[in-house]
Design a protein around this ligand. Sequence first.
Ligand code: MN
Ligand code: MN
Length: 478
Amino acid sequence: MDRKNVWATYNGKQLEELECHAQEYMEFLNEGKTERECIDAIVNRIEKEGYQELQTCIKEKRHLKTGDRVYAVWMNKSIVMFQIGKKPMAEGMNILGAHIDSPRLDIKQNPLYEEGGFAYLDTHYYGGVKKYQWVTIPLAIHGVVVKKEGTTVEVNIGEAEDDPVFFVSDLLIHLAAEQLEKKAAKVIEGEALDIIIGNKPLTVNKEKSEKKEKEGKKNKDAAKEAVKKGVLSILKESYEIEEEDFISAELEVVPAGKAREAGFDRSMILAYGQDDRVCAFSSLKAILEIQEVERTACCILVDKEEIGSVGATGMESRFFENMVAEVMELAGEYSELNVRRCLAASCMLSSDVSSAFDPSFASSFDKKNVAFLGNGMVFNKFTGARGKSGSNDANAEYLAHIRAIFDKEKVQFQTAELGRVDLGGGGTIAYILALYGMNVIDSGVAVLNMHAPWEATSKADVYEAKRGYVAFLENASL
Ligand code: MN
Ligand code: MN
């Protein structure tokens, strides 16, 4: 089958829209480097577009009618949005799903230590990472510290131009002969991914220490772990954080810096966290773009996909199902059976990034069945690994329906597998929604160097995905 590059298919107006979408997407990436930051960025946008908080609607016993827009956030890390359609919800919704967590280094609960004159924060990596990619690059710390009394301190350090950054060290090449003999998986070990956060001992008050010495007292402030103490005093001063507060903190270490255009032709975007914020953002834009729809449109953006969709904020949580029930109640349609009917009759595009063909590693892909950067939105009939294991394998009838919609709406798509058979694989959230019996297919955007600190996408694919999501929300009905 022929593959077309999508760039050549656009008219002038579309190229303008494409650039607009790309710029807005890059801003979103800069605003949202953690799940929590993404949720804030999303809520800010959707409230301006008339979305109302579901909990408020419940409290006020509001009746939801066609065209109403509601959203619910769970633990500041997952969100679901609904735009009520003309048809009863029990006849099914059109659902867009994606995830907003990305691979990174998480700070441990007892992280602070000093060694060899450096203060460190101990980390445990989150999601699948090639550990050697995370050394010697500027890193930023984002997250929250929740104090015992319940106040939340938001941390975002390393992004402003005059902010300090952090880093993980690597052995100099001159002494690396032994290290370079190791397997790439062992070159940098997980426990070696601790970030360096300081090197200056706490400056002790000279007069005070001399007085203490005269009095024959030991000067506790000096010498022992003075660099760590120095860092602690800065944390106290700038954030009112004590060492114990790390216990109730969620601090994520991510590559520092903004999303950038890539290539002389500025055709690509190089940025952290595009898996899967590229699909999340394009899904969000699509649900904001649609006007009146037949079937209720839904967009769910979840946390914890990178570690198996577990936990209260992952796709496996009942959060989504509960919110569907709440919306149906306010729409005057609730019954246990109607909720089940709604979920079973729904159609979903479960979006996640797909691996783009990389000519430098051509042998890892089946060139006939891999996504190419710039060739449009991607559909993966199945994902999984080793004999499709763990995959949601979308129904052929559903694929035919989607094909028909995309052809009618002139949205360009390509079909793909992650890589060569038996080489590896990956999961998405598709199989979890499929548990309800609904039609679900994996779809999304191709990414080069997925899960690396800096990932690359094509602006054209990002735009085409948004167009595809709109076409789906407006037309899917199976
Ligand atoms: Mn991933
Ligand atoms: Mn993903």
